[in-house]
Design a protein around this ligand. Structure first.
Ligand code: AMP
Length: 398
């Protein structure tokens, strides 16, 4: 795969796919511009090369041309960050875009409106991809967050650039850091997987057992594991049809001699509310009217001890409902333990929207080695899958 850092794109029309899928409030104000900041190194390199930069992105899941998903606020923020004008066009495949691009000078930037206004984007449609490809001489993918998808602007489009396709700085970094964590990690390597449902992370749990020394499981999915071992979990999040898979994971860990750490105790609430009546119990003995919303103190001790003995740590998914103050202790304690080990020299990668929100909430964002910008893409990578948006950059290239 060609990295673009040593190449000059002077006067070239560069079609750059980024992930500007930023959260907006109801008045279309950007709540968090982390994803725009993450794309700046690639954009700045292209500006200094004096390339004509045509930026493509999606935002949210619009049904048709819904203005509340417009990328216009992103153009304004990008312009502020770069202290330069950013052109914006309100339809990503209108004919007039070519005229605008022809008028552009080296270093000018055009942001195309939301690609997902067209369902063809998600369908990976070839004629949609062809229309987009006609804007550029060169294609650069810097959108790690969607590189696990075969979407038109990520995957299909690359076939129109058999020789002129590159990986941007952000995408390159993401792959390097994940490889560092997974392919040649300093051992012991510990993965911490949490979040809501086991069904969305079953493949990653199974595949991690082939790579890690320790696997810590917390969050909502831990209750399905507890149930699979005969525990009574009350009204906790439970996927009964996944208990046999949970059993298989426990068996596989034993067979491979991998330390699988599951919660011992649980903080249980009567209602899904911060100030609900709550109590701590063994995870396998929860009152029928209560639901487990966080890991308990014995579990925190157990998990922290394992983290303390790790040299590489991968974390995806919170340990409890950290959005509610009274059920955030488990996630906060684990985040602090990961940061403490990082300070002592361990290598840590954190990914997944909610884990990132958690470390931001606890002011720990800068205290881990690397924060991955793409939750789903990171999980696909951890599952051992090739990311189509990355592998397509390798094919046909010189
Ligand atoms: P995921 O997208 O799978 O990483 O799930 C993240 C969500 O899991 C967060 O919004 C948490 O509030 C939620 N979560 C974590 N632990 C629990 C739990 N014990 N019960 C219900 N939801 C949980």
């Amino acid at each position: 795969m060609k990295n673009f850092s040593c190449i000059s794109f002077s006067e070239k029309k560069v079609l750059l796919r980024v992930d500007f899928n930023v959260p907006l409030d109801q008045k279309q104000n950007i709540i968090d511009d982390e994803r725009i900041l993450a794309a700046l190194p690639t954009i700045k390199k292209l500006i200094s090369d004096r390339a004509k930069i045509i930026i493509m992105s999606h935002l949210g899941r619009p049904k048709g041309k819904d203005k509340s998903f417009s990328l216009k606020p992103v153009a304004t923020r990008l312009s502020c960050l770069l202290k330069k004008n950013v052109l914006f066009c309100d339809d990503c495949i209108q004919e007039k875009n070519k005229l605008i691009i022809n008028e552009m000078l080296g270093g000018d930037i055009l942001l195309l409106e939301n690609l997902r206004y067209y369902s063809e984007e998600k369908d990976g449609d070839i004629s949609f991809a062809r229309k987009l490809s006609e804007y550029g001489d060169v294609f650069i993918n810097d959108a790690f967050g969607v590189s696990h998808r075969k979407h038109a602007s990520v995957f299909t489009i690359a076939s129109f650039f058999p020789k002129n396709k590159y990986c941007g700085y952000l995408l390159g970094n993401e792959i390097n850091f994940l490889e560092k964590a997974l392919i040649k990690p300093k051992r012991p390597l510990t993965a911490i997987i949490g979040g809501a449902k086991i069904s969305s992370k079953i493949d990653v749990l199974t595949s991690l057992l082939d790579k890690v020394d320790n696997l810590i499981v917390g969050g909502g999915m831990a209750y399905t594991f507890a149930r699979s071992m005969g525990g009574i979990v009350g009204k906790s999040l439970l996927e009964p049809e996944k208990t046999s898979l949970a059993k298989q994971i426990i068996k596989k860990a034993k067979r491979k001699n991998i330390k699988l750490l599951l919660p011992l105790d649980s903080v249980n609430a009567k209602e899904y509310k911060n100030n609900s009546n709550s109590y701590i119990s063994d995870i396998s003995n929860i009152d029928s009217n209560y639901m487990g919303l966080d890991i308990g103190p014995d579990t925190i001790k157990l998990f922290k001890n394992c983290i303390k003995n790790s040299n590489s740590i991968i974390w995806n998914g919170p340990m409890g409902v950290f959005e509610m103050e009274n059920f955030s202790v488990g996630t906060k304690s684990i985040a602090e333990a990961v940061c403490e080990e990082t300070k002592k020299g361990a290598f840590s990668v954190v990914g997944g929207g909610d884990s990132i929100n958690a470390i931001k909430k606890f002011n720990l964002y800068n205290k881990v080695s690397y924060v991955s910008t793409g939750g789903g893409a990171m999980l696909s990578y951890l599952e051992g899958k090739e990311l189509p948006g990355v592998s397509v950059l390798k094919s046909f290239s010189e």
